[in-house]
Structures are given as structure tokens and as C-alpha cells.
Design a binder for this molecule. Structure first.
Ligand code: ATP
Length: 240
């Protein structure tokens, strides 16, 4: 069966600085994987590599059996909240529609199937009542839901989340997690970078630790929150 994500012996990074070295990783359909690592360990670089945005020096990345550029329409990406341009004068609905850009293409207007995908994503993220609000007026939790709806509008099979719990209160976190669990139950694979070890251990099925290559790969229940924080500060936990 074709895996949502398969990375083999990957060395990737920036011209003067390879950030990831000899990295191997498979994700199966329905997995919710937490990606942890110290500041600068390469978590965002890994997510951007999977999107085809970082040069690969050697090795390979396959998304659903295809190179990232070819599979881009099937990857949903939720960037860190502060990286989105919230002062853009567009509504929630328009922001979510921008997640369909790859599916719509340059020479076509949004059609019925595109709007159906947008309304379905708004509904799943409980944003329908806010769909005509300007995005800059939203709370932090609402903004996080807009980013998720925008990623879901492309009907992805692989979802990449970059620090989705930063600045999010506990009820919104619980609500988002419920949605992540529903999505994985329907076969979506999720890779989530996070510094929140409590959330990673509670919500993810598996946790991987990055320090240029993978130095931890275990079921989430295998390590305590304290051990995971130890990993974050010392880069390694002893194997169970
Ligand atoms: P954090 O937890 O702080 O967000 P991270 O694990 O996501 O960190 P990355 O952002 O992937 O780490 O950065 C890994 C390394 O790559 C860092 O040393 C960083 O300075 C470097 N780096 C990131 N972006 C670029 C870039 N565009 N050009 C050159 N180097 C970069």
C-alpha cells in the first residue's frame, strides 16, 4: 500500500547548512505523529522539506508515492500562526478558499466543488457563523481554526501542523484535538511539530524526536511527559 509519507536517507537544508542528515521516516494512514525537538533541531525544515520547499541534498521524500511537488495538492499545511498575514483585508471564507489554490489552478475561477469543500471545512472547524468576518478581527483560537480549515479545504491525505497549540487555551485545544482524532479515524495522516509535551503525549499515537536525524521513535505511551521534556532539553531519552 502507498504510504502517505516515506522519507529515505534524507539530507536536506539550506545552501550553506544541511539541517537534516540521514533521516528515515514512514507515516501510515490514520497515524497522528508528534514531532519534538529542541529549538533549531530542524522541525520546521522537515515540514517544509515535505512540502518541497527546501532543497534535498540526497535521499528522497515520497508523499503518496510521489515527489512532494507532484503531491502538493494532497498535503494540507498549517503554518505557525504568526507567519500568516492576518492584516490582509479578506474574510474567513476567502482565507479558507485560498487553501484551494492548487486545486483551482491559475486559469479557472472557484467552482461548485471548490465552494463545497470550503463550506465543509468551515463546518468541520465550527467557523460557519464567522465566515464573513475579516480575519484580522479574530481571536487566537479562531485564527488557528481558520488555518486548519484552509488546510482541510484541499481535502488532503497528509496534514502537517507546525506548533498548532501555541497561544491556544485549553478548551480550544480540546476542540481541535477532537477534530484531529476524527480526521485520523477517517484515514488522514497527521505530522505535528510541538513543544507541548503534555499535548503530544495525550493526543498523538506516536512521538518522534529530531536532532538532525531521528533520535526517538516510539508509541506516545512509552515515555512520560517528564522524559519527553528531558529529551527536549538534552536531545535524547534512553530507549525503553
Ligand atoms: P524551533 O523549535 O525554534 O521553531 P526548529 O526545530 O523548527 O526550531 P528550524 O526552524 O527547522 O528548527 O531551523 C533549523 C536550522 O535551520 C536552524 O539552525 C535555523 O537557523 C536554520 N534555518 C532555518 N531557516 C533557514 C533559512 N531560510 N536559511 C538558512 N538557515 C535556516
Amino acid at each position: 500500500m502507498t504510504l502517505p509519507l516515506s522519507i529515505r536517507n534524507l539530507t536536506a537544508g539550506y545552501p550553506q547548512q544541511p539541517v537534516l542528515e540521514g533521516l528515515n521516516l514512514d507515516l501510515e494512514a490514520g497515524e497522528f505523529v508528534g514531532l519534538i525537538g529542541a529549538n533549531g533541531a530542524g522541525k520546521t525544515t522537515l515540514l517544509r522539506s515535505i512540502l518541497g520547499l527546501v532543497p534535498i541534498h540526497c535521499g528522497s521524500i515520497q508523499v503518496l508515492g510521489k515527489p512532494p511537488i507532484t503531491a502538493r495538492a494532497q498535503i494540507g499545511y498549517v503554518p505557525q500562526k504568526h507567519l500568516f498575514q492576518w492584516d490582509f483585508p479578506i474574510t474567513v471564507e476567502q482565507a479558507v478558499l485560498s487553501g484551494r489554490t492548487k486545486a483551482i489552478g491559475w486559469f479557472r475561477r472557484a467552482g461548485t466543488s471548490d465552494w463545497r469543500a470550503v463550506y465543509s471545512a468551515l463546518d468541520r472547524t465550527e467557523l460557519t457563523p464567522l465566515r464573513n468576518r475579516v480575519i484580522g478581527e479574530l481571536s487566537g483560537g479562531q485564527k488557528q481554526r481558520v488555518l486548519l480549515a484552509r488546510a482541510l479545504a484541499s481535502d488532503p491525505q497528509l496534514l502537517l501542523l507546525d506548533e498548532p497549540f501555541t497561544g491556544i487555551d485549553a478548551p480550544t485545544q480540546t476542540c481541535l484535538n477532537r477534530l484531529y482524532q476524527e480526521l485520523t479515524a477517517s484515514g488522514l495522516a497527521i505530522l505535528m511539530s510541538t513543544h507541548d509535551m503534555v499535548a503530544a503525549r495525550a493526543y498523538c499515537s506516536r512521538i518522534i524526536g529530531l536532532q538532525r536525524c531521528l533520535v526517538l521513535d516510539a508509541p506516545a505511551s512509552q515515555h512520560s511527559v517528564e522524559e519527553l521534556y528531558t529529551f527536549l532539553h538534552h536531545d535524547r531519552v534512553s530507549p525503553a
